[in-house]
Design a protein around this ligand. Sequence first.
Ligand SMILES: NC(=O)c1ccc[n+]([C@@H]2O[C@H](COP(=O)([O-])OP(=O)(O)OC[C@H]3O[C@@H](n4cnc5c(N)ncnc54)[C@H](OP(=O)(O)O)[C@@H]3O)[C@@H](O)[C@H]2O)c1
Length: 238
Amino acid sequence: MKLVRIGRLLATAALVLLFPGALLAAESAPLKIGIIGAGRIGGTLGELWAKAGHQVMFSSLDLEHDKELAKSVGDKAQAGTPAQAAAWGDVLLVSVPYTALPQIGKDYAASIKGKVVLDTSNPIQSRDGEMAVAAREKGTGVASAEFLPGARLVRAFNEVGYRSLRSESNRSGDKVAIPLAADDKQALEVAVRLVKEAGFEPVVVGGLDTAKKFDVGTPVFGKALNAAELRKGLGIEK
Ligand SMILES: NC(=O)c1ccc[n+]([C@@H]2O[C@H](COP(=O)([O-])OP(=O)(O)OC[C@H]3O[C@@H](n4cnc5c(N)ncnc54)[C@H](OP(=O)(O)O)[C@@H]3O)[C@@H](O)[C@H]2O)c1
C-alpha cells in the first residue's frame, strides 16, 4: 500500500514538473481563482465557481463592496485588493472595463506571468474610447495578449450577458455555450473545466486570433446560443 502511495506521489510530482498546468485542469482539485473586477460578470462567475467548490478572491477598486459580496457568497469566498487577488490565484479572471487592462498588465505583471488568465473584458468605444476601436480592429485575443504579457490567456465569458450567466447556469435542455479562444493548450483545458463547472458548454473556437469571431458586434454576440447554434453562427465544425 505504502509503495503504491509513494508511486502515486512520484507520478504526480513528475506530472507537475512536466506539465505545470495539468493539475489545474484535473477535475478533482479545487482551484484558487483570483477575480480582478468583481462586477456583474466577475461577481456572478465567482459565485458560480464557489458553488462548484472552488475558492475565490474578489477584487475591484472598492474593497468594502467586495467584502460584502464575499460574505454573501459564503465561506469559499474572500475579498482582497487586485494585487492580492493576482498574487493569490492559481487562475485569474480579469473582468474590467477594457481601458483598465494596460494598467492591470503593468501593475501585476509579476503575479500574472505564467498564470492562466480568463479575460472577459470587451472594448466598447462609448465607454473605453479610441483604444476600443484599435482593439476591435485587431481582435481582442491579440489586443488583450499585448496588454497582459506573460499571461496564459483565454478569451472566455465575453460573449454572453451577465443576466444569462446568472439565470441560465445549468439550464435544462441544451446548455448555453461559451466560446473560447486561446493559444495555450493547457490554459484552454482549465477554461473548458471552469466553463463546465459554472454550468455552461464550452465551444473551442481556436487560437487567440479567432477571438475576433465572437467579439462585440459579431452576429453571435450576446445571444446566449446553445453549442450547435453557436458553431453554426461561427461557421465551425464540431
Ligand atoms: N455586463 C455584461 O453582460 C458583460 C458580458 C460579457 C462581457 N462583459 C465585459 O466584461 C467586463 C466586465 O463587465 P461587467 O458588466 O462585469 O462590468 P462592471 O459590473 O462595471 O464591473 C467591472 C469591475 O471592474 C472593476 N474595475 C474597474 N477598474 C479596475 C481596475 N483598474 N482594477 C481592478 N478592478 C477594476 C470595477 O470596480 P469598481 O466597481 O470598484 O469600479 C468592477 O468591479 C467589461 O469589459 C464588459 O464589457 C460584460
